[in-house]
Design a protein. Structure first.
Length: 216
């Protein structure tokens, strides 16, 4: 059985920072202010798959989804959680209209490529932006993203600080997107460059296109 990742009283708030003047409940974003993603705060927690994975009450429920809080490293329920505390496997089956956390998918992706996602097509590829300089960017990205599932392809754009990470299973891509959003990669790169390295992790239409996921 797994232990609690955090105490319930100290669990980080789920709400996103306000970046505009009007909140759109359909697109889960603020409008009339800064563009989505411009205000970035590093999460206080981060999942360690090897340490945090284990059996929960949800493990015995064939209809249970994966724990969103577990993916972000902040589930306070431990063994008593009604959701699954591990990464998705190829044998897991979840309806096409929901993501691995049980959240309802939409007909279309948001304009900024954020949000839960779309059920119109399976998204196996993640756009990872804002990557700090590294002597071996591919090794660094693979090391940070491979714990969340089997990677079938990595496409690197070092000059732009961008990588495209393709998983064999769309559930693993959804899990990794949640787990790595606004996380940093290697701390050494951050301190040497004196810059924030909170990565943007968004679904990508295709490994060769970032037209709708530009990163200012």
């Amino acid at each position: 059985p797994v232990s609690m990742q955090v105490d319930a009283a100290s669990r980080p708030p789920r709400a996103e920072p306000q970046t505009g003047t009007t909140y759109n409940i359909w697109y889960n974003k603020w409008a009339g202010g800064d563009r989505w993603g411009q205000v970035r705060v590093k999460p206080e927690t981060r999942v360690d798959i090897a340490r945090d994975s284990g059996e929960t009450v949800g493990s015995r429920n064939p209809e249970a989804y994966f724990c969103n809080f577990f993916a972000r490293g902040c589930c306070p329920h431990g063994y008593h959680c009604r959701f699954i505390h591990r990464i998705p496997e190829d044998t897991d089956r979840i309806e096409r209209t929901r993501d691995c956390f049980g959240r309802e998918l939409f007909g279309n992706l948001r304009d900024d490529m954020g949000g839960v996602g779309s059920f119109m097509r399976e998204h196996h590829t993640l756009y990872v932006g804002r990557i700090g300089p590294s002597n071996n960017m591919e090794e660094m990205v693979r090391r940070h993203f491979s714990p969340f599932g089997r990677i079938s392809r990595l496409k690197m754009l070092p000059s732009k600080g961008v990588a495209f990470v393709t998983y064999t299973n769309r559930l693993n891509a959804e899990f990794a997107k949640e787990a790595m959003a606004d996380q940093s990669l290697d701390n050494n790169e951050v301190s040497r460059q004196q810059r924030a390295s909170l990565v943007s992790v968004l679904p990508s239409h295709a490994c060769g296109s970032a037209a709708h996921a530009t990163d200012a």
